[in-house]
Design a protein around this ligand. Structure first.
Ligand code: F6P
Length: 342
C-alpha cells in the first residue's frame, strides 16, 4: 500500500496528534505517502485532502487538538453513504485508511470496511466509552485535568464553606467523573450509569457537614447524569447537527437544589472543553503511539475492519463488528471505589 489516508473525526482528544505523527512517520520510513483528510468526513467529500509532510508532523507529539481538524458528520447515516465515501477516497488514490475516533467514527470505519475499503481504527475519545480497549486516547489526560481542577477547587471550597459542584463531560458514561473523583478525593461522584436520588445526596452531605463537622464538600457530576426523578434536567438545550441533545446545566441545577434543600452555600464549575484541550499526558502520548503503530502494521498486512485496542499491557486487533454500537460503561465495582470515600 503506497498511499495511506488518515482521518480524525468526532470530538477532539489529547493525543490525537501523536497518532497522526506515528502513522506519518511509519509511512516515511517505508516510502509510503501519508494522506491527510482535513475536517473529517465532510472534508473528504469537499476534497480537503493533501499529502502530509515531515514538517506537518514535526513537534506535535505534545500538542492537543488535531492537525487534521475534526467534526461530527451526517455521512454514513444513509445506506448509500459508504459507497460515496469509498469513491471520494479512491479519487485521491488512497488505498487504505486509519480512522482515529470514538464510537461514531468507528461505526463509520466498520461500514467502510464492509463496503470493501481497507480500514483500521484507532480508539480516540476522552469519554473512554469504546469497547475493545481498556483506555481510549485522551481519556487519561482529561481525567488528569479534572483531578487538578478538583485539587484547586478544594482550596476555595474550604475557604468559603461551600459545596463545590464540578460538572464534567460524559454524555452517557461517567468514566471521567469516576476516575477524577477517586484521584481528587471527591465526596460525591454522580454518573449516568447509576441512578441517584436528591434525597440521598442531601442526606450524605448533611451527614458530612453536621455529623462529621466538615465545612465543605466536593461533588463531581457527569453532564449526562440525572437524578431518578429527572429534577435536575436542564430541559432547554438545543441539538447538534446530528440531532444529539447539547448537554450542560445539570451541575448548576444540582448546586441550586443543594442550596434550596440544605441551605448550604453551593456553586457549580463546569469544566467543559478544557477537558479536551489540555496537552496530552505522557501515558496518552505513549498509548497513541503504540496503537497507531499497530494500526499501520495491520493495514500494511492487508487486514481491515479492525481496531487497534489496548488489552492488559498488549495492543491487540479487535473486530469492529464486535464493538460498534456498544458503549463501555463504568462497572458497579469501579463506581463503588468512588463512593468509599464519600
Ligand atoms: O468527545 C465526546 C464529548 O466529550 C462528550 O462527552 C460531549 O457530550 C461531547 O463531546 C460534546 O462535544 P461537541 O460539543 O464538540 O459536540
Amino acid at each position: 500500500m503506497k498511499r495511506v489516508g488518515i482521518i480524525t473525526s468526532g470530538g477532539d482528544a489529547p493525543g490525537t496528534n501523536a497518532c497522526i505523527r506515528t502513522i506519518a512517520r511509519r509511512c516515511f520510513l517505508d516510502g509510503v505517502t501519508p494522506v491527510g483528510i482535513f475536517d473529517a468526513w465532510d472534508g473528504l467529500l469537499a476534497g480537503e485532502v493533501r499529502d502530509i509532510t515531515r514538517a506537518d508532523v514535526s513537534g506535535i507529539v505534545q500538542t492537543a487538538g488535531t492537525l487534521l481538524r475534526s467534526s461530527r458528520s451526517r455521512l454514513f447515516l444513509n445506506p448509500g453513504d459508504p459507497q460515496i465515501a469509498v469513491a471520494a477516497l479512491r479519487k485521491h488514490a488512497i488505498e487504505g485508511l486509519v480512522v482515529i475516533g470514538g464510537n461514531g467514527s468507528q461505526t463509520a470505519a466498520h461500514l467502510l470496511a464492509q463496503a470493501g475499503f481497507p480500514v483500521i481504527g484507532v480508539p480516540k475519545t476522552i469519554d473512554n466509552d469504546l469497547e475493545g480497549t481498556e483506555f481510549t486516547i485522551g481519556f487519561l489526560t482529561a481525567a488528569e485535568m479534572v483531578t487538578h481542577a478538583l485539587d484547586n477547587l478544594r482550596a476555595t471550597a474550604y475557604s468559603h464553606n461551600r459545596v463545590m459542584v464540578v460538572e464534567v463531560m460524559g454524555r452517557s458514561v461517567g468514566w471521567i467523573a469516576v476516575e477524577a473523583a477517586i484521584a481528587g478525593g471527591a465526596d460525591l461522584a454522580l454518573i449516568p450509569e447509576f441512578a441517584f436520588s436528591l434525597d440521598e445526596i442531601c442526606a450524605k452531605l448533611k451527614t458530612r457537614h453536621e455529623v462529621h463537622k466538615r465545612n465543605y464538600s466536593i461533588a463531581v457530576i457527569a453532564e449526562g447524569a440525572l437524578d431518578a426523578q429527572g429534577l435536575l434536567d436542564p430541559q432547554s438545550t438545543g441539538a447538534d447537527k446530528l440531532g444529539r441533545r447539547k448537554l450542560g446545566g445539570v451541575g448548576e441545577n444540582l448546586a441550586r437544589e443543594i442550596e434550596t434543600r440544605l441551605g448550604y452555600d453551593a456553586r457549580c464549575t463546569t469544566l467543559g472543553y478544557l477537558q479536551r484541550s489540555a496537552a496530552p499526558c505522557a501515558v496518552d502520548r505513549i498509548l497513541a503511539t503504540r496503537v497507531s503503530d499497530r494500526a499501520y502494521d495491520l493495514l500494511q498486512e492487508g487486514q481491515s475492519g479492525l481496531l487497534a485496542g489496548l488489552q492488559g499491557t498488549k495492543v491487540v486487533p479487535v473486530r469492529l463488528a464486535d464493538i460498534v454500537g456498544k458503549t463501555k460503561k463504568v462497572t458497579a465495582d469501579y463506581y463503588r471505589l468512588a463512593q468509599v470515600f464519600g
